[in-house]
Write a protein that binds this ligand. Structure first.
Ligand SMILES: Nc1ncnc2c1ncn2[C@@H]1O[C@H](COP(=O)(O)OP(=O)(O)OP(=O)(O)O)[C@@H](O)[C@H]1O
Length: 529
């Protein structure tokens, strides 16, 4: 624990206790190790090449031979001093192995020496960082937590809770990295904040396409593909794993929105997203009402980049209102900051306990723009990691055969119609068994539709969500807002035998279950080789 003021008795544990040495080994013909000296307050930034993704042992097609040990292309260790990665302290001398494509920074408050080995696309020590600003925000949030604790928290109004933070910014402005830093620092103070991932483009302890809420109760895992750690459904793990609350959004973007004052119909993408966000907010805020410590610890919401754009302001308002957000952190954009100030904290308004504080933060120079090729590879890695574990500590997924008649598969897709003939409106679907018959609504130009689907070869390689709700009485309403127990991968569809081979992360009885097949994320072709 090295940030002045962050040390508290009993929490100064040796990180090596929590990060037991894994089976990291160096490559067969390693390049010579290099040393980097980090002066106090500087960070070592590195970008690893993406090209070896598909051949990398972590992500090889043969799980049996590939997931038993890390044979990392790049390793890093702290040889003297102390350093942290996105807020998580690195254990001295322990080699950390990073997956190809990893982009991150190792920061030191008091100075450190690092030894690194392996191929990089770029690496350098940056003396100017935004970590002091992040630490200031952390202390401000900690003040809110202390005030909440002093007030007794439970039973009071929303103002007596701790920080309920929304992080906004443009694409690749460092929103996720800031959430990692702030949740790691909170954890180091003995708090257990909830991280709400509303950015379905990247999975957080789930596959991309999911929205999740996860209690940060153990060290984040810097080596995992997402940097958060994995959801250890089966198999051992060196660091505590997270069991998130999961909802499935299952579409690629959030749509364009309707500019010029119109409202997008409820059945459009945004309507769906808002419905899922409302359900998530109810669950998260409900948990806080029952638990004073959770209420004081608060939550951090990692927002999708579209919320940092004018077209996304209706979504910002929705999130702020549903989660009763009291702190909005704006990364790097003057315009966004001033728009948010105008919206939530207008000048002249007397600040009260319930006011929303809007804070502008500098975007870290270290943030790396990621193109679609990179994001696609990252999604494939995250899906692999969900089933197999993304490190040498493998999970034990299994394949199961189910007959076409054993499960009900709903295709969940968005249909566009230039004439605008249909929409999903909650309460309008009373038919549980028949194919979906959209209701007429002339104002609607795009709608989400659930259609009962007979499996065919087109289902191969798809990711299916398994909702907790099985046999929903009103499928279109129930399936949208049901939490998800897990995901399955369609390994094979045998049309002759009328059976599907599914890869599932843990033994699960699927007979009688309803499965949801979304538009997104895209299937992964070689998950099982
Ligand atoms: N200081 C840093 N040094 C090196 N890399 C960094 C640094 N900060 C962030 N990154 C990397 O930059 C990339 C973008 O950062 P991050 O994911 O935090 O942005 P984001 O705003 O959440 O992105 P998105 O808009 O896609 O959700 C990530 O690969 C992250 O690991």
């Amino acid at each position: 624990m090295n940030i002045p003021g962050l040390s508290i008795p009993g929490l100064s544990c040796d990180p090596s206790d929590l990060h037991p040495t894994t089976t990291a080994t160096l490559p067969a013909e390693p390049s010579p190790p290099r040393t980097h000296i980090l002066p106090a307050g500087s960070e070592y930034r590195f970008e690893l090449p993406l090209k070896s993704h598909l051949s990398h042992p972590h992500f090889s097609a043969d799980p049996a031979s590939s997931f038993s040990s890390i044979n990392a292309a790049f390793t890093l260790r702290v040889t003297s001093g102390s350093a942290e990665l996105f807020g998580t302290e690195l254990a001295p001398s322990r080699p950390y192995a990073f997956a190809p494509g990893a982009r991150a920074a190792v920061f030191s408050w008091a100075g450190a020496e690092l030894e690194v080995q392996g191929e990089v696309e770029s690496e350098f020590v940056a003396e100017e960082t935004s970590m002091a600003e992040a630490a200031n925000v952390h202390f401000a949030l900690e003040n809110l937590r202390e005030a909440s604790t002093r007030s007794g928290g439970v039973g009071g109004d929303a103002s007596m809770g701790g920080p309920r933070v929304l992080v906004l910014g443009a694409k690749d402005s460092g929103k996720t990295s800031l959430c990692k830093i702030l949740s790691s620092y909170a954890l180091r103070m003995g708090r257990q904040p909830v991280v709400v991932n509303l950015d379905h483009a990247e999975g957080h302890a789930a596959v991309p396409g999911a929205l999740t809420a996860t209690v940060v109760a153990g060290l984040l895992d810097p080596e995992s593909v997402s940097g958060w750690g994995s959801s250890g459904i089966t198999g051992p793990s060196a660091v505590p794993t997270s069991t998130p609350l999961v909802y499935f959004y299952g579409m690629e973007g959030l749509g364009e929105g309707i500019m010029g004052g119109g409202r997008e119909p409820q059945g459009g993408r945004r309507g769906v997203w808002k419905a899922v966000v409302t359900r998530m907010a109810l669950a998260v805020t409900g948990r806080m009402e029952d638990d004073a410590e959770a209420k004081a610890a608060g939550f951090l919401i990692d927002a999708p980049a579209v919320l940092g754009d004018k077209k996304g302001y209706d979504l910002v308002e929705h999130v702020v209102s549903e989660f009763s957000v009291n702190v909005v952190l704006v990364l790097g954009s003057e315009r966004l900051y001033s728009d948010m100030r105008r919206k939530f904290a207008p000048q002249g308004q007397t600040s009260t306990e319930e006011s929303v504080r809007v804070v502008k933060l500098t975007k870290s120079e270290g943030c790396v723009a990621r193109d679609e090729t990179y994001m696609r590879a990252l999604r494939a890695q995250q899906i692999r990691g969900y089933f197999f574990g993304d490190k040498g500590l493998s999970l034990n997924p299994l394949t199961v055969m189910v007959g076409f008649d054993d499960v009900t598969i709903y295709r969940y897709t968005e249909a566009s119609s230039s004439t605008g003939t249909s929409s999903y409106l909650p309460g309008n679907d009373s038919d549980s068994d028949s194919e979906y018959q959209p209701t007429l609504n002339p104002s609607t130009s795009s709608t989400t539709i659930f259609t009962k689907t007979t499996p065919s070869l087109g289902l191969s390689n798809a990711i299916l969500a398994i909702p907790h709700t099985s046999a929903p009485s009103t499928p279109h309403a129930d399936l949208l807002t049901s939490s998800i127990m897990g995901f399955a991968y369609v390994a094979d569809v045998d049309e002759t035998r009328k059976a599907i081979r599914l890869l599932v992360p843990a033994p699960t009885r699927l007979e009688g279950r309803t499965l949801v097949w979304g538009d997104w994320p895209e299937g992964v072709v070689d998950l099982l080789g």
